[in-house]
Design a protein around this ligand. Structure first.
Ligand SMILES: [Zn+2]
Length: 300
C-alpha cells in the first residue's frame, strides 16, 4: 500500500483481473455557481473546494451536493472597495465582500465562520483597488485566530509577495504574472499553491503558462506543496476531471507526488478502482481515471 492506493492480487477479484484502488480526485479551486454541478455526480471527482460565491448559495449546495461529491467552500472574495472581482459579470454581489478597515475584517471573518466556510478567500489584484497592508494583516490574523486558512488570488506586480509575506497559507493560482525571486520562493515553501495551469493554456507557449510552470518547479524544489485545482467555471473548463490540468501538472510532478497532488489524502477512503497499475505519470493517471469506476463503498 502506497499513499492510499491498494493493489489486489491476480485472482483476487471476481473477474480475475487485478485492480488498484485510489482515493478520488480533489479539485481545490472551483466555482460551482458557474457550472452545471449536477454533472459531477458519481464521477472521479469526489471533493471540490468552492473559492468564491454567495455563501448562502454555496452552503445550500454543500448541504445537498451532487451524489458522491463533498463540497467545501470559502464563501465570498474579500477585497478592497471596488477591488477584484467587483463588477465582473460572473460575480454576484454577494460573492464579493468589501473590507475597508481592520474592524470590518474582523466582522467579515466572523461571517465566514457563521456561514460554515472552511477558509477565508482574499483577492489582491494589482489592476484594481487593493487591500492596504493593515487590512490584509487583520484578515490574516482574524482568520488564523478562527482556525481558518487564508487563500489568496494574487495577480500583478508584487501581489504574490504581499500574500506570501503577509502570512497567507495558500495561493489559489500558481503566480503567472511574474517570475518570483528565489528568496521569495524560499519564504513561500511553507505554503500550498493550487496549480490552475490550464486556464493560461493556448497556442504556442503562452507566457502566463510558462511563468507559472517555472515558478511551480522552483516552489516544489524548495519544498512547497503544489496541488491540483482547475478554477472550474473560469471559461470553458470541463465539469469533472480536467485532463489538461493533470497533463500540465505532470510537467512539474510525477509518481507519488503527482498522485498526492491530484487525489485525496493518503488516509482518505479509496473511492475509485481500475484494472490498471498504480499510475506514475500524468498520462498514466489520465488513463487510470478514464478507466476507473466508483467503489460502492466510496463516500456518499
Ligand atoms: Zn477562481
Amino acid at each position: 500500500m502506497r499513499d492510499g492506493c491498494t493493489e489486489s492480487e491476480p485472482g483476487g477479484e471476481p473477474d480475475g483481473v487485478p485492480r488498484v484502488t485510489l482515493p478520488g480526485v480533489v479539485d481545490r479551486h472551483v466555482h460551482l455557481g458557474l457550472v452545471d454541478r449536477a454533472l459531477l455526480a458519481d464521477g472521479p471527482v469526489t471533493e471540490v473546494h468552492d473559492l468564491g460565491w454567495d455563501p448562502r448559495d454555496v452552503a445550500a449546495w454543500a448541504a445537498d451536493p451532487p451524489s458522491g461529491v463533498r463540497v467545501r467552500y470559502a464563501g465570498p472574495f474579500h477585497t478592497a472597495p471596488g477591488g477584484y472581482p467587483t463588477g465582473r459579470s460572473w460575480a454576484p454581489d454577494a460573492a464579493v465582500r468589501h473590507v475597508a478597515t481592520p474592524r470590518e475584517a474582523a466582522e467579515a471573518v466572523a461571517d465566514v465562520v457563521a456561514a460554515g466556510g472552511y477558509a477565508v478567500k482574499v483577492a489582491l489584484h494589482a489592476g484594481m483597488p487593493l487591500l492596504p497592508d493593515d487590512v490584509l494583516r487583520a484578515l490574516v490574523g482574524e482568520a488564523h485566530a478562527a482556525g481558518l486558512p487564508v487563500l489568496v488570488h494574487a495577480e500583478g506586480d508584487g501581489q504574490a509577495r504581499r500574500a506570501i509575506d503577509g502570512g497567507a497559507d495558500v495561493l489559489v493560482h500558481v503566480p503567472w504574472t511574474e517570475a518570483l525571486s528565489s528568496e521569495l520562493i524560499a519564504r513561500a515553501a511553507r505554503m500550498t499553491w493550487v496549480s490552475t495551469f490550464a486556464i493560461h493554456d493556448g497556442p504556442g507557449r503562452p507566457p502566463g503558462l510558462e511563468l507559472a510552470l517555472g515558478n511551480a518547479r522552483r516552489f516544489v524544489a524548495a519544498g512547497g506543496r503544489l496541488v491540483y485545482g482547475t478554477d472550474m467555471g473560469n471559461g470553458p473548463t470541463p465539469v469533472g476531471v480536467n485532463e489538461r490540468e493533470i497533463e500540465l501538472l505532470g510537467r512539474v510532478l510525477t509518481g507519488e507526488a503527482l498522485r498526492r497532488a491530484v487525489l485525496g489524502p493518503a488516509d482518505a477512503a479509496p473511492a475509485l478502482t481500475a484494472p490498471l497499475p498504480v499510475p506514475e505519470t500524468a498520462s498514466d493517471l489520465i488513463a487510470w481515471l478514464r478507466t476507473s469506476r466508483r467503489l460502492p463503498t466510496s463516500p456518499r
